[in-house]
Design a protein around this ligand. Structure first.
Ligand SMILES: Nc1ncnc2c1ncn2[C@@H]1O[C@H](COP(=O)(O)OP(=O)(O)O)[C@@H](O)[C@H]1O
Ligand SMILES: O=c1ccn([C@@H]2O[C@H](COP(=O)(O)O)[C@@H](O)[C@H]2O)c(=O)[nH]1
Length: 565
């Protein structure tokens, strides 16, 4: 449904042969129109890209910031959550998660009682607190999670789940959000929305008639029998755990204070990251290693340097190569690299019978699932190579871009194949991670970390790339993730920072007035370089990546606008 959320029932990303049909970040179709209102309420996501939340050792340096909002039914919890997001302005990704999603599954008898307003949804036992706490703990600890989807119209938990990943801030709201100690332990900030009971009842009547298909009689019966007693016994008393009490109306001052507090906390964390990682990476790159490390020392799997392979690279490095030849040879090389990477998969014996009736023992891939993840913008040709070698392979994508001011890699888009969106499946999957080259290693670092967050074992990650800069971030990458296999066709010695001179009409959004755009250039490098721009890359597969970026930024912009449910 958004950059970082998807129903686990989504169809796998498109497997078509051309990048024109690459996995799209567009919203997945909603399986049930009745869900729309609640889905929008439960999970609102706002994103301006996510900075890394791990240090140079590859380990997380901070957790997501978690806010818990409790209060009576219709006190304005959701409203407060949304206003906080609005007031935060330009901040990294936020997930709003509603406790409503965690109502326990109901038996047919319980559903009958619910339709007769005779079921107690307001007792703490009606909510699956353990599941709620474990999903919240996953998100807080920067792992993905799959939350249940609940339908108020049918009073039932649905079969599907919603995939969530990547939030820097999680705001969770619900009548019992402060009741359970397991939940309270996870919050960095606890809020209680205090509202006059007449207001709450009036709002509830309006909402339940409009959005939940109820009658006034039913609403009042449920209110007097369950909602009011529960407020008096459980919800109201939980206000003593709150750090801040927010009024249920005219609360803009309180919301401004809360968002200022959250912004300060986030600033502290981001300074922490810059000090720990970006600076040291840049410093070590500018100094370079004491002596160039060999391919063996770097633990790389490099294609056999046959005259044929060298011939392919010669064409790709030659400034006079035509666009058509470049695309042809890059496609050819992608296939060779993927074939090499296929040797890293586990295989087991398989007995078959030949057409002449003879039994023989062969080999077959021995794993539950294999998929690819392309690092946009330039993993495209490798994606085609993978599709040529494994029929129907699911392929996802990540968009990582360097922040032009801080140098930090920023995660802008995540669309992972279904087989790694669920932790249990991810633990048994093998993933081909695809990117054209490893220079500073910042994108590779972030992409590997994302796969680890999802539970993919490092030994099941096979990074495939055309080119590696020996003096770049590769040594650091290998030290940090020694179990990840890296397959390449060439290792070049040079890596330096350069300014790209662009014509006025070519200037992108990250253009800096004082002197252009900074890029890292591998030398001798691959692809024709025309005034600092990889001409072929820009004119061939990157076209499709640009389509992805534009689509992603549209989705980003859509999420910068708070959805109204
Ligand atoms: N501060 C507020 N000012 C105006 N309307 C509000 C305010 N807070 C809530 N509402 C309205 O009250 C209704 C219930 O609010 P909601 O946030 O959905 O309650 P809850 O999540 O606590 O059940 C909604 O229609 C919402 O627009
Ligand atoms: O199937 C259900 C589940 C819950 N309820 C009522 O919902 C409110 C909690 O939701 P808010 O958005 O916080 O108001 C709770 O008071 C339950 O009574 C329901 O009616 N049917």
């Amino acid at each position: 449904m958004s950059l970082f959320t998807n129903s686990a029932k989504d169809s796998p990303p498109s497997l078509g042969p051309s990048p024109a049909v690459s996995p799209s970040p567009s919203p997945s179709p909603r399986p049930n129109a009745l869900l729309t209102t609640k889905t929008l309420k439960n999970t609102i996501l706002k994103s301006h890209g996510r900075p890394p939340w791990y240090g140079e050792d590859g380990q997380p340096i901070s957790q997501a910031f978690v806010v818990g909002i409790a209060g009576g039914s219709s006190s304005g919890k959701t409203h407060v959550a949304r206003q906080i997001v609005r007031s935060l302005g330009s901040i990294p990704t936020v997930i709003i998660m509603s406790q409503d999603s965690f109502y326990k599954p109901h038996t047919p008898e319980e559903i009958k009682l619910a339709f007769a307003s005779r079921f107690d949804f307001d007792h703490p036992d009606s909510i699956d607190m353990d599941l709620f706490a474990s999903c919240l703990a996953d998100l807080k600890n920067l792992r993905q999670t799959n939350i249940p989807v609940y339908s108020f119209e049918s009073h039932q938990r649905l079969e599907e789940t919603k995939y969530l990943y990547g939030a820097t801030i999680i705001i969770t709201e619900g009548i019992m959000a402060l009741h359970d100690p397991k939940l309270r332990e996870l919050y960095d900030l606890k809020i209680f929305v205090q509202c006059d009971s007449d207001f709450m009842l009036a709002r509830r009547i309006t909402r339940d008639i409009k959005e939940r298909g109820r009658s006034v009689e039913g609403i009042l019966e449920q209110y007097l029998r369950y909602v009011k007693p529960s407020y008096d016994n459980f919800v109201g008393p939980s206000s003593r755990y709150a750090d801040i009490i927010v009024p249920g109306k005219d609360n803009s001052v309180a919301i401004e204070l809360i968002s200022t507090h959250i912004r300060r906390q986030l600033e502290k964390r981001s300074r922490h990251f810059r000090r720990k990682m970006t600076v040291s990476l840049q410093r070590s790159l500018s100094r370079g290693p004491p002596r160039p490390l060999t391919n063996e020392e770097l633990g790389l799997t490099v294609l056999d340097q046959s005259p044929q392979l060298k011939g392919i690279y010669t064409v790709l490095r030659d400034v006079t190569t035509t666009r058509q030849d470049f695309i042809f040879f890059v496609d050819r090389l992608a296939t060779v690299l993927v074939e090499k990477a296929m040797e890293m998969l586990p295989y087991r014996d398989k007995t078959i019978e030949t057409p002449v009736g003879v039994k023989t023992i062969g080999k077959t891939i021995d794993t539950e699932s294999v998929c690819g993840v392309t690092i946009l913008r330039s993993g495209g040709p490798l994606e085609r190579g993978l599709q040529r070698v494994i029929n129907d392979v699911p392929i996802g994508s990540l968009l990582v871009q360097s922040d032009s001011k801080t140098g930090e890699p920023i995660l802008l888009h995540v669309m992972l194949p279904v087989c790694i969106r669920d932790r249990r499946r991810a633990e048994n999957a093998w993933v081909f991670l695809l990117d054209a080259q490893i220079g500073t290693g910042a994108s590779a670092f972030m992409a590997i970390r994302i796969l680890l967050d999802h539970g993919v074992p490092p030994s099941h990650i096979i990074f495939i790339t055309f080119l590696i800069a020996r003096s770049g971030g590769i040594a650091h990458l290998r030290r940090t993730f020694p179990e990840v296999t890296i397959v390449t066709g060439a290792v070049d010695d040079g890596l330096h920072e350069a300014w790209v001179e662009e014509k006025e009409e070519e200037r992108g959004p990250d253009w800096e007035d004082e002197g252009g755009r900074k890029v890292w250039v591998v030398e001798p490098g691959m692809g024709q370089i025309d005034k600092g721009i990889h001409k072929h890359l820009l004119t061939s597969w990157v076209f499709w990546d640009l389509v992805m970026i534009i689509t992603s930024s549209l989705v980003l912009r859509a999420h910068a606008t708070i959805e109204t449910a």
